[in-house]
Design a binder for this molecule. Structure first.
Ligand code: PLP
Length: 399
């Protein structure tokens, strides 16, 4: 018998964390590596949030276990924030506070999927989703939308992939890794289709506050309210408030599902660290001025990066409308020779870029098909320009 269980052995290492780790290791060894791999803001957490955490650490009440589903004050703050930002009411009892959005992803799938179920997964997708789906015994069914369709799947594509086993649709707008944002009309059309066919919607809204140009975030439950009974909303403080290290996320859903997920969490991790929860209360009950400052910086870097990537022969980079990633197609570079190497996949190209230009990017294979790279623009302006300049110079040698 195998030592490691089949299900867990099938889980791949997180490619994004792996790229980041490799870049950091090279950097520690003295190499001038520039990393576009990480999915986190480069800003520190705003002071008023940190100060709330310091106060919380001094309060003995926070030194003890608290309710597995989350501190009442935080569940209330999440309900209030949902009304403020998404425009519909949820009950605090239908909110479950989790260890980051990641735990919410796992628990949402675990709460509704059985072996044999299928989940429609628009690709390119965030690398955690298929692993979380497979761990339940269900299967992800990829629905690919490439650069030609702006990385946005259509209802026709979803309908073509629907089978009697389809239980849920994963919806992530703004998207990691592509930065694509569905319009209100597209969101409503997809939501109505899901409602018509009794398909659950798991909507990951963690990048809701990071949109650019004319794009707007559209909460699917606001545009199709009847979906509330079959939708699980995933969210967290990590990206909005530069709080990736604090590990606070949440899921919102119908009472039976939230109850089931809470039971699971009560045996798995219990409550999220109280100090972090108190910090999240400060974040969510404060205003959005800090995220607006960060958004403006991301927007500036986004424009710079897209312009520089588009200038490379063989690279196509539509301007991302949300999150903090550019997702260029590099199909026009593959098959050409650079310094004696002829990469035919984006994984090979990413390896070449790391070796020769000392720049870390994540290959499209981490998120679906080959042919793409993901570059985070959540890093300092100077590093960003220097890093993309190195890529320009290297790919400029392609023959
Ligand atoms: N959802 C998406 C699309 C993400 O990109 C991330 C983080 O990279 C998360 C959820 C989870 O974030 P966290 O667990 O840090 O809250």
């Amino acid at each position: 018998r195998a030592r490691v269980s089949t299900r867990v052995a099938a889980i791949a290492e997180s490619a994004t964390l792996a790229v980041d780790a490799k870049a950091k290791a090279l950097k520690a060894a003295g190499r001038p590596v520039i990393g576009f791999g990480a999915g986190e803001p480069d800003f520190p957490t705003p002071d008023y949030i940190v100060e709330a955490a310091v106060r919380a650490a001094q309060d003995p009440a926070n030194h003890r276990y608290s309710p597995a589903a989350g501190l009442p004050a935080l569940r209330e703050a999440i309900a209030a924030k949902t009304l403020r930002d998404s425009g519909y009411e949820v009950r605090p009892s239908d909110v479950l506070v989790t260890n980051g959005g990641k735990q919410a992803v796992y628990q949402a799938f675990a709460a509704i999927l059985d072996p044999g179920d299928e989940v429609l997964l628009p690709a390119p997708y965030w690398t955690t989703y298929p692993e979380a789906i497979r761990l339940t015994g269900a299967s992800p069914v990829e629905v690919f939308a490439g650069v030609d369709q702006g990385y946005l799947v259509t209802v026709e594509q979803l309908e073509a992939a629907r089978t009697p086993r389809t239980k849920a649709l994963l919806f992530n707008s703004p998207s990691n890794p592509t930065g694509a944002v569905y319009s209100p009309e597209q969101t409503a059309e997809i939501g109505r289709w899901a409602l018509e066919h009794g398909i659950w919607v798991i909507t990951d809204e963690i990048y809701e506050h990071l949109t650019y140009d004319h794009a707007v975030f559209t909460p699917v439950v606001r545009v199709v309210p009847e979906l509330a009974d079959t939708t699980i909303v995933l969210n967290g403080v990590a990206k909005t408030y530069a709080m990736t290290g604090w590990r606070v996320g949440w899921m919102i859903g119908p009472s039976d599902v939230v109850k089931a997920a809470t039971n699971l969490q009560s045996h798995l991790t219990s409550n999220v660290a109280n100090v972090s929860q108190r910090a999240a209360v400060a974040a969510l009950t404060g205003d959005l001025s800090a995220v607006e400052t960060m958004r403006a910086a991301f927007d500036r870097r986004r424009r710079t990066m897209v312009e520089m990537l588009e200038a490379i022969d063989g690279v196509r980079c539509p301007a991302p409308q949300g999150a903090f990633y550019a997702y260029p197609s590099v199909e026009g570079v593959l098959g050409r020779t650079i310094r004696g190497v002829t990469p035919t996949t984006s994984a090979e190209l990413a390896a070449l870029i790391l070796d020769e230009a000392e720049v870390a990017v994540v290959p499209g294979e981490a998120f679906g098909p080959s042919g793409y790279l993901r570059l985070s623009y959540a890093l300092g302006d100077d590093d960003l320009v220097e890093g993309v300049r190195r890529i320009q110079a290297l790919l400029g040698e392609a023959v």
